[in-house]
Design a protein around this ligand. Sequence first.
Ligand code: HEM
Ligand SMILES: [Fe+2]
Length: 298
Amino acid sequence: MLLTTVSHISSTTNFTVVDTWRFWIIHLWVEGFFELFVTVLVAVTFYQLGVVRRTNVVRVIYMDAILFLAGGIIGTAHHWYWTGQANFTMALAAMFSALEVVPLTLLTLDAWDFIKLTGTKASSGTPKKIIPHKWAFYFLMAVGFWNFVGAGIFGFLINMPVVSYFEAGTILTLNHGHAALLGAFGMLAMALAVLGLRHVLTDEQWAVPEKFIKLSFWGLNVGLALMVITNLFPVGVLQIWDVLENGYWHARSLEFIGQDRIRLLEWASMPSHVTLIMLGVLPMVIASGLTYLKIRKA
Ligand code: HEM
Ligand SMILES: [Fe+2]
């Protein structure tokens, strides 16, 4: 029923109208509300873990609120390349959306500096500092890293109107979408889950689940990095090259997608998927199951 209604609306409404509202949902959700939500959550959690100062947290949250509410809304237009917007709108959008990743990046660098300054390794004479909730902290650092790489670098790469003209809707968009979405929001979900799992267990009970969490952390991060390196980024670059040489229509046709080298790169992404599922998702499920069994037993 819903599908019929949606297809009816999209087949009877002008593309410009559909695409405009589509990105009021996608963009304002992932780059408006959700980016702010992530930054506030990361800031508050870093503060609770004692790795950033209160003034920095408050500063970053205010800066974020201003950037998202002013910039994020204007930034929506970076998706409207094909909806007949004025040059000025496109230029403003490209500029403001590039600023979106600044607050969370500053926050992550600040937390990283703190850890480096206080030191997790014992130097001569100073007692070794134990980071509380170590793996939740690492997952939060991963949020900052992927937000910078996935949303910042890969987002910016496809952000300028002159690039959008050739790029919109190619694999470089997938490259950005995967790195930003799984990288920033997926890792955040993992951080909060690990925070909860660690919280309900004693130090002694934590010993075994921690091994799986550690594995999951590396599995998810390496898996995502491999996916980008072995498939999404190189195919994206080849595709945009094809747009320049043979035109957009050709780069999106079977003639391009069906080539042997593209097929080869598709197969090359197999290890990344196996790593993500077997070494990333599965250990996290096991750690959650173990935690549940341990608290039931207790
Ligand atoms: C964590 C934050 C972000 C997430 C989760 C995210 C996710 C996505 C997704 C899923 C798409 C594909 C939408 C579709 O075509 O249906 C997309 C497109 C796009 N994103 Fe992001 N994004 C983020 C931040 C950014 C930032 C900061 C920039 C600019 C620097 C940016 C620039 C773009 C552009 C230009 C497109 C359009 C590409 C096209 O139409 O082919 N994004 N993003
Ligand atoms: Fe966007």
